[in-house]
Design a protein around this ligand. Structure first.
Ligand SMILES: [Zn+2]
Length: 183
């Protein structure tokens, strides 16, 4: 079972490294929060590609690094990072080949039905919208940046940058330079 495998891996890890690990502050050393996608290819890849180590940054993830209107859980986490943990800059990082950029609504509804979700429930919703799918990857990054910047509870003095990451070779490209629009 997967859980047993994970618990076993943990006991090896603690035995092997537990004594060597330093206790770190919960305030990020680089004073940065990263809001990115939950994509598995970013695990142990995005942070080293940006020179971010354990203790350096707050990392917030969801499916497709998406901030939808009226659904601001990511904003809540960013506010906690800024006001409680000393974060001074935000990086929104989308990536190429994102699973959320190729969602087939009908296939999704069918899959949910096969899992026992009643069809009446999914028919009432715009599933593609609900799951947060998008077609324009850069547009999705810019939208998240703008939603964060324009949120009334996010201070104007915090630069919000937008980056596009390649999950194959680790390269990033700046889509929005958050300093450019600072006064
Ligand atoms: Zn993704």
């Amino acid at each position: 079972m997967l859980l047993d495998e994970i618990i076993l891996a943990n006991s090896f890890f603690v035995h092997e490294y537990g004594d060597y690990l330093r206790k770190l502050s919960h305030r990020p050393k680089k004073q940065v929060a990263v809001f990115t996608c939950m994509d598995t290819r970013l695990v142990e890849f995005l942070e080293p590609a940006l020179g971010i180590k354990r203790g350096d940054a707050q990392i917030i993830k969801n499916a497709g690094n998406r901030i939808r209107e009226g659904c601001d859980d990511a904003i809540r986490s960013l506010a906690a990072a800024i006001f409680l943990l000393g974060v001074k800059e935000v990086l929104v990082i989308g990536h190429l080949d994102c699973g959320m950029s190729k969602v087939d609504g009908e296939a999704l509804a069918q899959r949910m039905f096969e899992y026992g979700i009643p069809a009446e429930g999914t028919k009432k919703l715009d599933l593609v919208k609900w799951i947060g799918a998008f077609t324009d990857t850069e547009g999705n990054i810019t939208e998240a940046v703008n939603r964060i910047k324009s949120h009334p509870l996010i201070p104007k003095a915090v630069p919000v940058h937008g980056l596009l990451f390649c999950p194959d070779n680790g390269e990033v490209r700046v889509v929005v330079n958050g300093y450019g629009e600072m006064e």
